[in-house]
Every structure is written in structure tokens, then in C-alpha cells.
Write a protein that binds this ligand. Structure first.
Ligand SMILES: Nc1ncnc2c1ncn2[C@@H]1O[C@H](COP(=O)(O)OP(=O)(O)OP(=O)(O)O)[C@@H](O)[C@H]1O
Length: 257
């Protein structure tokens, strides 16, 4: 798949499969096209060339199968809306009596509370969203995205506003959710997610894919010596990772990883 904004190529020759129960880190330099890739999967943008399939159909057809938490969710701190209200928004706009699957508002509220509980946020359900910390808000937004019971959860830099201790808790939470839902997480901090993810997609206009076997081996350890920006440069990658060259899943445009 290729994609450009106003004729300016952003993603070229992208070939990626996200499998059920995958936990994929999407890494790459600023402006490399990570968020654009997510928007394409969501069906908010259309590729110039090639195609994208979500559960075998065009993106948008199964919009409820995708949960999305964008990079910066701006909330007016004074807006009088509780955590539970935010979560219930996940039920809206999908038809039926109160959202998808014809749930009543009461049923949705019950589901919302269960989801908040799952995310360790039940005690904050009636708190105003503006009174929560960055990490707590992030959990509320994830709860909202889970309300349609998605098969794939797409998270754009979810740990950016969370301290290192909170990040570990958060990643443990994602690991638990991953039992039920595939997760794709854009991150600039490969180090903290490396123990959790099953695959890595390195997006720098092109895409380099690394399977579970690769990242469980020495690869990430070697990568820590470089910044994500370096890792995403083909030349550097092949220098520090000679064993990876020619792997069947890591082919770049010219067949190199
Ligand atoms: N709506 C848009 N119109 C035109 N160009 C855009 C638009 N959105 C993004 N771009 C450009 O596309 C390129 C990729 O942007 P994108 O946001 O996908 O990168 P990213 O890898 O997510 O970056 P970051 O790590 O900084 O969030 C950038 O050069 C950006 O300026």
C-alpha cells in the first residue's frame, strides 16, 4: 500500500499483517508515518495504491471491531463530565437503542462499570474526568474504546504522559487485555515495551517488520544501543543486526530488512 498527502509520499510499499492476539509496537522517527498508518487502518484515510482489509473487509465496514485511543485527547478540565460518561460515549453512534447491540442505557452503564473495574478505575467512575491524572485518563479512554468489544485496539503513544512506575502498571494492563484483543501501540520508548510486545513494525516512510522470534532473541538488546531513529534506518539496522538480513518477514522495498 502507498499513501501520500497532497502528492507528498508518506508511506510507500507498506505490507503488514496484524494477527489475532498480536501485541505490536509501531516505532519510528517523528514524521515517519506511524499515525498515518493507524488512520489508514481505521479507514479515515484511503491508500493511493494497494488495499487494506480489516477482518477481510474494507476499513470502516467493521468499525466496531476497532478500538482507537488517539495521541492527545484534549479535555477541558472544567467540563462537567464523569469518567463513566466518557466510557458511555463508546456506546453511542453505532445504532440500536443506546449504541451497538441494542443495549439500553442501563445495560451500557453496567458494562461501562465492569470495564472501568477491569481497568482498575471503578472507584473513579463518578469522578470528573478533569480531576484525574494523565495515566488515569488514559485508562478511561481505553475503557471507552473497549465498549464496542473490539478485536483490535490501536493506541497512539499511550504512555507519553505516564511516569515510569505507572508505565509498567499500564503495560501489565495491556498485557492482560491482550488475552482478548490484539493491540497495536505506537511508541517512542521501545525499551519499556520490549518485554511485552510480540512484534515490532518500524515505520519510516517504508516499513520493516520484526516477528516474535526475532525480538525475543538478541535483536532488541542490540537495538537498545541505538535510538529508535537509528533502528529505523535500513543501513544501521543491517549493520547492527546482521542475523536479521534476509528474514522472510523483514523485507523492505528492495528486499533488505
Ligand atoms: N493532515 C495532513 N496533511 C498533510 N500532511 C500531513 C498530515 N498529517 C501528517 N502529515 C505529514 O505526514 C508525515 C507523517 O506524519 P505522521 O503524523 O503520520 O507521523 P508520525 O510517525 O506519527 O510522527 P510523530 O512520531 O511525530 O507523531 C509528516 O511529514 C507530517 O507532516
Amino acid at each position: 500500500m502507498d499513501f501520500s498527502y497532497n502528492g507528498q509520499a508518506v508511506l510507500t510499499d507498506i505490507n503488514l499483517t496484524i494477527r489475532e492476539h498480536d501485541f505490536m509496537a509501531v516505532i519510528g522517527p517523528n514524521g515517519g508515518g506511524k499515525s498515518t498508518l493507524i488512520r489508514l487502518i481505521l479507514g479515515l484515510l484511503k491508500p493511493d495504491k494497494g488495499k487494506i482489509r480489516v477482518l477481510g473487509e474494507r476499513p470502516g465496514k467493521h468499525s466496531q471491531a476497532l478500538g482507537y485511543v488517539p495521541q492527545n485527547v484534549h479535555i477541558n478540565d472544567h467540563f462537567p463530565i464523569t469518567s463513566l460518561d466518557v466510557v458511555l460515549m463508546g456506546c453511542l453512534g453505532t445504532g440500536g437503542r443506546f449504541g451497538q447491540s441494542r443495549r439500553t442505557r442501563k445495560e451500557c452503564e453496567k458494562d461501562g462499570l465492569v470495564t472501568l473495574e477491569r481497568l482498575g478505575m471503578a472507584k473513579h467512575a463518578r469522578k470528573k474526568i478533569g480531576e484525574l491524572s494523565g495515566g488515569q485518563r488514559q485508562r478511561v479512554f481505553i475503557a471507552r474504546s473497549l465498549m464496542t468489544r473490539p478485536r483490535l485496539l490501536l493506541l497512539d503513544e499511550p504512555t507519553a504522559s505516564i511516569d515510569s512506575r505507572g508505565q509498567e502498571d499500564f503495560l501489565n494492563l495491556l498485557e492482560t487485555l491482550n488475552k482478548d484483543v490484539a493491540i497495536v501501540v505506537i511508541t517512542h520508548d521501545l525499551f519499556s515495551v520490549s518485554n511485552y510486545v510480540k512484534s515490532v513494525a518500524c515505520v519510516n516512510h517504508g516499513l520493516h517488520y520484526h516477528s516474535q522470534e526475532e525480538i525475543k532473541g538478541q535483536m532488541l538488546e542490540t537495538m537498545y544501543e541505538c535510538s529508535v531513529e537509528d533502528v529505523c534506518r535500513v543501513q544501521v539496522l543491517s549493520q547492527v543486526l546482521p542475523g536479521v538480513v534476509g528474514h522472510k518477514n523483514s523485507g523492505g522495498r528492495d528486499g533488505n530488512p
